[in-house]
Design a protein around this ligand. Structure first.
Ligand SMILES: Nc1ncnc2c1ncn2[C@@H]1O[C@H](COP(=O)(O)OP(=O)(O)OP(=O)(O)O)[C@@H](O)[C@H]1O
Ligand SMILES: [Mg+2]
Length: 245
């Protein structure tokens, strides 16, 4: 891996949806082995950033690299290094959970025998072994979330990107996911996570980045960011309510 100290490097990235500026010249880096939390309110630009990092979305200008591989010009190399646990699922409705994982591994040149073994291990780890041969529609919401995680991990990526991985999970699953992510990070994997749960960011991450309305507001060591008093005040504008007497 080229430039191996920096896992994700984003430089002056701009993204528009029509006239809407979703990312306004953002730049930041995530170091190798980092546990990074990307925080921000709804619509801030978190998923858009993730979509660009993982090659799912185009952009107007700027540069994004994964371990030195440009996500546009060196797409295959860049994409192989990343496992994505997306905010919403987009599973093929005709495949069983095991088949889904084996197919996904195939995109990254993992041979079927190895992929099948790894799929079974992941299904076991996330308590889905008894759902091995059912389609994802037969899974509960929390189970689909676990399957998304399995899919992100199937090709043993160096960077794991998780877009609100514990949203809608029960407490036991949340703790199980936290434990597993902590273990992966200890093994050297770089973790990039978005969440709306401060407890999650506080407990797991070393570095926090905050984005608001497409602009990076703050990036730094977790304790420094959490102690930053300028981030403590929140301005609420409430509209759309009628007076009722
Ligand atoms: N495909 C799209 N077409 C048009 N606008 C989009 C599209 N995807 C996102 N947007 C807009 O871009 C902005 C950033 O959205 P994004 O999904 O990145 O936010 P987010 O930080 O992930 O929010 P959330 O916490 O709700 O998931 C929002 O204003 C959103 O409406
Ligand atoms: Mg999002």
């Amino acid at each position: 891996m080229r430039n191996s100290k920096i896992a994700i490097k984003i430089n002056e990235l701009n993204k528009y949806y029509g006239k809407l500026c979703a990312l306004d010249n953002i730049s930041f880096e995530v170091q190798r082995g980092e546990f990074f939390a990307f925080l921000g309110p709804n619509g801030a630009g978190k998923t858009t950033t993730i979509n660009i990092i993982t090659g799912l979305s185009n952009y107007l200008s700027g540069k994004v690299e994964i371990f030195g591989n440009d996500v546009t010009t060196d797409y295959l190399r860049a994409r192989r290094l990343v496992g994505l646990c997306a905010q919403e699922n987009n599973f093929d409705p005709f495949l069983t959970t095991h088949q889904l994982l084996v197919y996904q591994a195939g995109y990254f040149s993992v041979l079927p025998k190895e992929a099948s073994k790894r799929a079974d291990e992941l299904l076991e780890r996330f308590g889905l072994s008894d759902k091995r041969n059912v389609r994802h529609r037969a899974l509960s919401g929390g189970m689909k979330k676990r399957l998304l995680l399995c899919r992100a991990l199937i090709h043993d990526p160096e960077i794991i990107i998780l877009d609100e991985p514990t949203a809608g999970c029960d407490l036991e699953l949340k703790f199980r996911i936290w434990d597993y992510l902590t273990q992966l990070n200890k093994e050297g994997k770089t973790i990039f996570l978005t969440t709306h749960y401060m407890e999650e960011a506080e407990r797991l991450c070393k570095t926090i980045g905050i984005i608001n309305r497409g602009k990076i507001v703050r990036i730094g060591n977790k304790m420094d960011v959490l102690r930053d008093q300028s981030l403590e005040s929140v301005f609420l504008e409430v509209t759309g309510f009628e007076k009722v007497y």
